[in-house]
Structure formats: structure tokens, C-alpha cells
Design a protein around this ligand. Structure first.
Ligand code: AMP
Length: 410
């Protein structure tokens, strides 16, 4: 299959060539013709499947073919995303795919001044990528109007609901024209998402790229059972032993992120943090430094890492397991992108057994356990069975206590 056969115009094909995209991915093959034909879409596609291009390319094409016609403060295509990082990334994709097309695009999210966003909207926009909260702020101040809105895209819709955006979404929907095209993308399809699709979409084309709630097969996943207090020490040990290159590390809390970064910096490892307490410019800077290879280890929380697009990332480490099992799929989707192979290693302590069980149940797999010599757990991580249920109570083997790791004073 080629992009030409999918009906994309020459200009877009040339831009894709420049970016080195030779062949459309599965979600692109199915979505591009449907979106070009004006259909609604309900797509189960994880990050890494090429889903952004699957909606951005046909929408750019339709806007270009219709010609410039947007009036003051109006928006023709609205893309709603859960986080600032994803907003930046999706907008960047629109800019790259639409290079040299006569279209006006912009991005709007909270945590930064609203004024430049209002200025950009004055002449109207062909594409606005926004987080729901900031979009509503702009709408309340009459900076954005929807009477010319043709298409609404909900990207990572499951995540928007997880993050508690249901009320904001309803408020946005109420303000949009009833006649419009709606494209809904979600990594996983919960009952809540299906209910949302039921009211939002008209006779949608349904696309399911990977089987429901499974993780990408090219990613090698396993876990190392250990005691909680030894996690930093084990991480440093593995980093040295395997001579890891760049690693994206997920930690449960913002505080945990900062603590691990402190420990890594104290050990002379170039590390940076990305979490919601950091102002947006600092988050973007950390990401840019990581992408440029100036930072070896990027430590992130789930919310902040949502939508990070880092090419060819070989390794993701779950320093803590996520509280929400679906986040496991999002996290490990950062590696093994667009067909590349990757590894995802989870450091799991006894407390996390219920979280592990939930992940195994969701992904319908048992994660292989590989103990690291010298780091065997005093507090055994309870076994889980094939359907992700806990089968044994934790028991404490009688072993001499392993020395605990001392991080820098905090
Ligand atoms: P996404 O799932 O949209 O986050 O895209 C994942 C990654 O795949 C991004 O780095 C894209 O630039 C890349 N990508 C998307 N489509 C293609 C394609 N057809 N060929 C090669 N890379 C692609």
C-alpha cells in the first residue's frame, strides 16, 4: 500500500517523503479514506501505531481542497487532547505533515499565558489543537467560535476521561454545531468510551488496530521482583551492568520523580524530570534535552508523559507500577513504536502485587519474572495466575537482610 493509493494529494505525499514515511501504517490505511470521505470514526489505536497521521493527513487534505475560508475567531478543525505535551506533539505533527500548505494552525493549553493564543485566534484557524480546560477558557472569553467547525477529533479519549475531563468535554460538545464530522481515538475502549461514542458519533467506521487491551507484541516485557527500598539501587545497578543508553522511567508520584532524579544526579547520571508540578517551559525543555541526547534518563509521571513522542526509544522502565492498569499500555507504548522493537522492564515490590494482577488481567498475559542476583526480595511478591489473579499470600523467606541503599540527603 502507498499513500498515493490512499488518495493523498501530491503535496502531502512529498512532505511524507521528506519525513521518511514510505508506507502507511495499518490505522492510516483504514482511517485515511474514511476521513477523506467525511465519515465519523471510532478507532482503537495506541500511541505508536501512527494514529496522529491517520487523522491529520486526511484533515489537512480536506482543508486544503476546500480552500481558505475561515473567518475571525473561527476554527474549522478542533483536536482535543488530554495533556499539554500531547497538544504540542499533535500540533507539531500537523505542522510537519502540512508543511507549505496554506493553512493556519495553532495550539492552546493551560499553564501558559492565554493572550498569545487569543491573538492567534483573531484571524481564525484552520486547525486548533487544545486541551479541554483552556479551550473552554478561550470560548468563555469569546476568543474562539465554532460556527465554522467541520471536524472534531478526540485524541486519547480514554485518557481525557481518566483525567476527569468528562464535564469539560460535555461543555465543549454543547457548544459545537450538531452537524459535523467526529473522529474518536482511544488506546483502550472502556464501557465509558463506548457510551461516549454512542452519543457523539453517527454511523462511525470502526477501526481496531491491536486486539482489545493488548500490548504491542514487538515489546519485550518482564519484571524484576524486589524490595521497595532497593529500587533506586537496583536501577543504578542495571544501568551500569547493561550499559543502558537512553531510558524513560515512570514513577508513580511527582515527589518520587524528584527523589529519583536527585539520586541519579548524585550518582553522576544525566537525568531530568517531567511532571505536572513543573511549569510547561521546563517540561518542554526536559523533553527537548532528552530528545537531543543531552539527558540520558528522563523520569516522568504518567500524566506528564502522556503523548511524549520519542523516536526509537529502546527502553522503558516502570520504576513503580501505574495505579491505573491502562497506563501500563500507554507507558510501554513509548518504546517499540512504528514497528521498532523495544523493552519494558518493571521493578515490582510486594505492595504492588494487586496492581500487577490488574495489568496482567488487562493485557491477558503473565509478565515473566526474572530475579536479579543480589536483589532478591525479602518481601516476596505474591504470585499471580494466568488470568492475573493473586494466587498466594506473601510469605517472608528467612534470609539475611540485604543492605539498604542510601540516597543523597534530601
Ligand atoms: P503516533 O502513533 O501518531 O504517536 O506515531 C508514532 C510514530 O510513528 C511517530 O514518531 C510518527 O512520526 C511515526 N509514523 C507515523 N506514521 C508513520 C509511517 N507511515 N511511516 C513511518 N513512521 C510513521
Amino acid at each position: 500500500m502507498t499513500f498515493a493509493k490512499l488518495g493523498l494529494i501530491d503535496q502531502l505525499q512529498r512532505n511524507l517523503q521528506t519525513l521518511g514515511y514510505d508506507t502507511p501504517t495499518a490505522v492510516q490505511v483504514q482511517a485515511i479514506p474514511a476521513v477523506l470521505a467525511g465519515r465519523d470514526l471510532m478507532a482503537a489505536a495506541q500511541t505508536g501505531t501512527g494514529k496522529t497521521a491517520a487523522f491529520a493527513l486526511p484533515l489537512l487534505q480536506r482543508l486544503t481542497m476546500e480552500g481558505p475560508q475561515v473567518t475571525a475567531n473561527c476554527v474549522r478543525v478542533l483536536v482535543l487532547v488530554p495533556t499539554r505535551e500531547l497538544a504540542e506533539q499533535v500540533h507539531q505533527s500537523f505542522a510537519e505533515y502540512g508543511m507549505s500548505l496554506p493553512l493556519r494552525t495553532h495550539v492552546a493549553y493551560g499553564g501558559v499565558s492565554i493572550n498569545p493564543q487569543m491573538m492567534k485566534l483573531r484571524k481564525g484557524l484552520d486547525v486548533l489543537v487544545a486541551t479541554p480546560g483552556r479551550l473552554l477558557d478561550l470560548h468563555r472569553q469569546n476568543a474562539v467560535r465554532f460556527e465554522q467547525l467541520q471536524t472534531l477529533v478526540l485524541d486519547e479519549a480514554d485518557r481525557m476521561l481518566d483525567l476527569g475531563f468528562a464535564r469539560e468535554l460535555n461543555e465543549v460538545f454543547a457548544a459545537l454545531p450538531k452537524r459535523r464530522q467526529t473522529l474518536l481515538f482511544s488506546a483502550t475502549f472502556s464501557d465509558e468510551i463506548r457510551a461516549l461514542a454512542g452519543v457523539m458519533l453517527a454511523d462511525p467506521v470502526r477501526i481496531e488496530i491491536s486486539p482489545r487491551n493488548t500490548t504491542v507484541k514487538t515489546i519485550k516485557q518482564w519484571l524484576i521482583p524486589l524490595d521497595k527500598k532497593r529500587k533506586p539501587e537496583l536501577f543504578l545497578h542495571l544501568l551500569k551492568k547493561h550499559r543502558w543508553g537512553q531510558v524513560l522511567v515512570f514513577v508513580k508520584t511527582r515527589r518520587g520523580v524528584d527523589e529519583l532524579v536527585d539520586i541519579l544526579l548524585a550518582a553522576g547520571v544525566r537525568a531530568d524530570a517531567i511532571h505536572g508540578d513543573k511549569p510547561q517551559p521546563a517540561r518542554l525543555r526536559a523533553l527537548e534535552r532528552f530528545k537531543a541526547g543531552e539527558v540520558q534518563i528522563l523520569v516522568a509521571t504518567d500524566v506528564a508523559a502522556r503523548g511524549l513522542d520519542i523516536d526509537d526509544l529502546p527502553l522503558v522502565v516502570n520504576f513503580d507500577l501505574p495505579i491505573v492498569a491502562e497506563d501500563y499500555i500507554h507507558r510501554i507504548g513509548r518504546t517499540g513504536r512504528a514497528g521498532a522493537s523495544g523493552q519494558a522492564i518493571s521493578l515490582v515490590c510486594a505492595d504492588e502485587a494487586p496492581l500487577l494482577a490488574a495489568i496482567e488481567m488487562l493485557t491477558k498475559q503473565n509478565l515473566q519474572r526474572i530475579e536479579e542476583r543480589g536483589f532478591e526480595a525479602d518481601h516476596r511478591v505474591p504470585e499471580t495466575n494466568a488470568s492475573g489473579q493473586l494466587v498466594k499470600k506473601p510469605k517472608k523467606p528467612k534470609k539475611p537482610k540485604a543492605g539498604s541503599f542510601r540516597g543523597p540527603a534530601r
